[in-house]
Design a protein around this ligand. Structure first.
Ligand code: MG
Length: 257
């Protein structure tokens, strides 16, 4: 399948889905408190998206039951919301969610601290976010896909962390997952050239320990192989002649940094 280039008008049209995706992520983040179950978070997300005129992008996608993925501590991605997973102080929780508006999809993720977390987790959160921004900053016309991955990998590995290999970012548009795959590792000047109108979900998954993963028996959840914590930060970004434009934001930001 080829990469679907969006016109400036289509990029503009994607902002509504992006904005609602960012709003719901913040709303769920506000509720990541001790004693709250990930099923409650899912209900908050679904209600919020529908009340704002969107459709949850994840619900039913490939059979996924939730409107969010909720992945706690050593869980990397694709945690199914559950009444049995109740947040405790000191946890970190990765929330991945998105909305469809006018047929366009937004996709974003953030890892939140629940109460006060250890200095180790705090550093992992800081570096994970930095990885995402480094990847976004590299999403420039004329750069190549390898530059995005390289930027992310450099920040993560300089901090001693592992970059997940098996799960990657992706093109996005009328479908949540389009070409190309956007790895969070790579070599400078390698891979396809980034062109105006490409819209990418840039989403590093950064592990405190080994980059290796362990898929769980429910067919969705993926954990770290060594049981150490992992973080996940994601934004939907348009590649434009003026630089990367964030779509999953509540305000218009021309440049991330
Ligand atoms: Mg994504």
């Amino acid at each position: 399948m080829a990469i679907i280039i969006k016109t400036p008008g289509e990029v503009e049209a994607m902002k509504a889905a992006g904005r609602l995706s960012a709003m719901v992520l913040r709303e769920v983040g506000r509720h990541c408190k001790p004693g709250v179950s990930t099923l409650e978070l899912d209900e908050i997300a679904e209600t919020f998206i529908r009340e704002h005129g969107g459709v949850p992008a994840f619900k039913g996608y490939g059979g996924f039951p939730g409107s969010i993925c909720a992945s706690v501590n050593e869980q990397i991605i694709h945690g199914i919301p559950s009444k049995d997973v109740v947040l405790q102080g000191g946890d970190i929780i990765s929330i991945d969610t998105g909305a469809i508006v006018d047929g366009w999809v937004g996709d974003n993720a953030w890892t939140f601290a629940v109460g006060t977390v250890s200095p180790q987790k705090k550093r992992l959160l800081e570096v994970g976010e930095k990885c995402m921004w480094a990847g976004i900053e590299a999403a420039q016309v004329g750069n190549r896909l390898g530059d995005v991955g390289h930027a992310i990998q450099s920040v993560a590995e300089a901090a001693g962390y592992g970059v997940v290999r098996e799960y990657v970012g992706h093109g996005i548009g009328r479908n949540m997952h389009e070409e190309p795959n956007v790895p969070n590792y790579g070599r400078k000047h390698r891979g396809i050239e980034l062109l105006p109108g490409m819209v990418l979900a840039i989403e590093p998954m950064i592990n405190q320990g080994t980059h290796r993963t362990r898929p769980m028996p429910d067919g969705w959840l993926v954990c770290t192989r060594d049981g150490k914590p992992s973080v996940h930060f994601e934004k939907t970004v348009a590649v434009t002649p003026d630089g990367p434009v964030l779509l999953t934001v509540e305000e218009d930001h021309l440049r991330p940094l």
